[in-house]
Design a protein around this ligand. Structure first.
Ligand code: SAH
Length: 242
């Protein structure tokens, strides 16, 4: 009885690891959120595919576990990395309610890394990753994390920067960061990483504040040293004595 919790990377098959592809091939059942199941349907359509809508994460784990206890090898897929705002933790928690099932987490390229590659080299130095989603974290705590990360001069990478209900959160986040960093700080965002319509934009923090982004976007705010080099977002690591 085995469940793999698999990070698919940001988009298509070409950004999936060889290990991820191998465990999907080995599995009889693949479960996941509709959108991710669609990403792999072409290649793994011959498997039993169980897709569930967003916000049904606990149900999805039960679904996968009930297949596994029947003796099936099951993969639960997530975009990016399964352990970064993914399903890996929840799977361990829900599995406690079942007879022992072996769980293996198979890592993938998280959006922070795949998006960074599109923009240039923004994360080269210490960085912090913050999700602006207040579905599971109170907004006051998110504000505190933004404030502390900005004060400590981390490069900041933002996941879940927007949704229909949270259209002004990025603006609020930029205002908090600007308590500690100038409006000309180099920033960037990448939409649809590794998918159709991928596009990266490098701009200033002040411009980012007034930009509308959607939930398929990952946002980057440079530290005090980050530069715009010919349209690429680059954080120096200090090799050149900067
Ligand atoms: N487990 C995923 C993150 C899920 S949270 C990972 O490791 O990448 C969802 C957020 O991740 C989105 O709101 C967006 O900010 C970011 N994201 C995930 N995939 C993306 C993609 N292909 N393009 C742009 N942003 C992406």
């Amino acid at each position: 009885m085995k469940i793999y919790v698999v990070g698919l990377g940001p988009g298509g098959m070409d950004q999936m690891t060889g290990r991820a592809e191998a465990v999907l091939e080995e599995s009889q059942v693949i479960a996941g959120y509709d959108v991710y199941i669609d990403l792999i349907r072409e290649r793994f359509g011959h498997k039993k595919l169980l897709s569930t809508p967003m916000k049904k994460e606990v149900d999805r784990c039960h679904l996968a576990l009930s297949e596994a206890v029947k003796g099936q090898t099951v993969s639960m897929v997530c975009s990016g990395d399964a352990g970064v705002y993914g399903m890996a933790g929840l799977m361990y928690e829900v599995a406690q309610e079942y007879e022992p099932v072996e769980i293996e987490v198979v890592p993938g390229i998280t959006a922070a890394c795949s998006g960074a590659a599109v923009l240039g080299a923004p994360l080269i130095h210490d960085f912090s990753v913050i999700s602006l989603s207040d579905l599971l974290t109170p907004w006051e705590r998110i504000e505190k994390r933004l404030d502390c990360a900005a004060e400590a001069d981390f490069v900041i990478c933002l996941y879940n920067p927007s949704s229909k209900k949270r259209h002004d959160y990025l603006q609020k986040a930029c205002d908090i960061v600007m308590r500690h960093r100038g409006p000309d700080t180099v920033a960037g965002f990448v939409k649809n990483i590794g998918r159709e319509g991928e596009s990266g934009t490098v701009l200033t923090l002040a411009q980012l504040r007034d930009t509308a982004v959607d939930m398929f976007t990952t946002v980057y705010i440079g530290n005090s040293q980050t530069k715009n080099i010919g349209g690429k977002m680059v954080t120096p690591r200090g090799y050149r004595g900067v």
